[in-house]
Design a binder for this molecule. Structure first.
Ligand SMILES: Nc1nc2c(c(=O)[nH]1)N[C@@H](CN(C=O)c1ccc(C(=O)N[C@@H](CCC(=O)O)C(=O)O)cc1)CN2
Ligand SMILES: NCC(=O)N[C@@H]1O[C@H](COP(=O)([O-])[O-])[C@@H](O)[C@H]1O
Length: 224
């Protein structure tokens, strides 16, 4: 059997999308031969780390604060801290020799200090974002979409899996799932968020599966 597709997951929080991926991989339905090699979080209290531990997946906590303390609290100092953080993040991840890095609620903007070493190592990076391409980039996308709908500005939103590039949430979409708003403008934020998360759990499994199959085919062609 071909060597497994090695996957590293980056998180910052609850990890419900990570759990969807873990469950699918464990059932053998995430590609023919997939190995989740590590879950890394920039937040120590991320429940996703517990989910990974329960699944027997190695974890790592890598936090920006340690780097910020070594620099002045100036824009230049913060920039230097972020660059050092990203350089070390790339080293940590490359040490596991992944084929794919999946951002699932990883609340940190990745700089070229991270992106370039991974590109050099031919490691694909993808992200799950709860919005349609080009809409509501960045944080709090679900809340912002709901507010825009309440103001009558949009009638649908969605979730997507996309390639990660330096410009946040502007990488090539891989899989997009639209989510229409319900008539009557009476769906509160909590109910709407639940619908979005349910769509995410399906989308992340399908989207990650698509990329894994692409990588499997590439490995097959390289061997041929
Ligand atoms: N260079 C890229 N980095 C990341 C991308 C990307 O497409 N390109 N996707 C994100 C995930 N993400 C949206 O999907 C995202 C995460 C975090 C932020 C952000 O503004 N983070 C702040 C800190 C916010 C916080 O701590 O709550 C920051 O980094 O200063 C924007 C978008 C993963 N990274
Ligand atoms: N900009 C990135 C972003 O907003 N990501 C979002 O963080 C949440 C993580 O949930 P989870 O920890 O339960 O998987 C998800 O809603 C994901 O789309």
């Amino acid at each position: 059997m071909a060597s497994p597709i090695r996957v590293t997951v980056l998180i910052s929080g609850n990890g419900s999308n990570l759990q969807a991926v873990i469950d699918k991989a464990r059932a053998g339905h995430l590609g023919n031969n997939t190995s989740l090699v590590r879950v890394l979080s920039n937040r120590k209290d991320a429940f996703g780390l517990e989910r990974a531990t329960r699944a027997g997946i190695p974890t790592q906590y890598h936090n920006l604060v340690k780097y910020k303390k070594q620099h002045a609290a100036t824009p230049a100092g913060v920039q230097a801290a972020r660059e050092e953080y990203d350089t070390e993040l790339a080293r940590l991840i490359l040490a596991d020799a992944p084929d794919l890095v999946v951002c699932l609620g990883f609340m940190h903007v990745l700089s070229p200090r991270f992106l370039e070493p991974l590109q050099a190592g031919k490691v694909r990076i993808i992200n799950l974002h709860p919005a349609l391409p080009g809409a509501f980039n960045g944080v709090n996308a679900i809340e912002r979409a709901h507010a825009a709908w309440m103001e009558g500005k949009i009638d649908k939103t969605g979730v997507m899996i996309h390639d990660v590039i330096s410009e946040v949430d502007m990488g090539q979409p891989i899989l997009v799932r639209e989510i229409p708003f319900q008539k009557g403008r009476d769906e509160n934020l909590e109910a709407f968020e639940t619908r979005v998360h349910e769509t995410e759990w399906e989308t992340v499994i399908e989207g990650v599966g698509m990329v894994i199959r692409e990588l499997e085919a590439q490995k097959q062609n390289t061997r041929a």
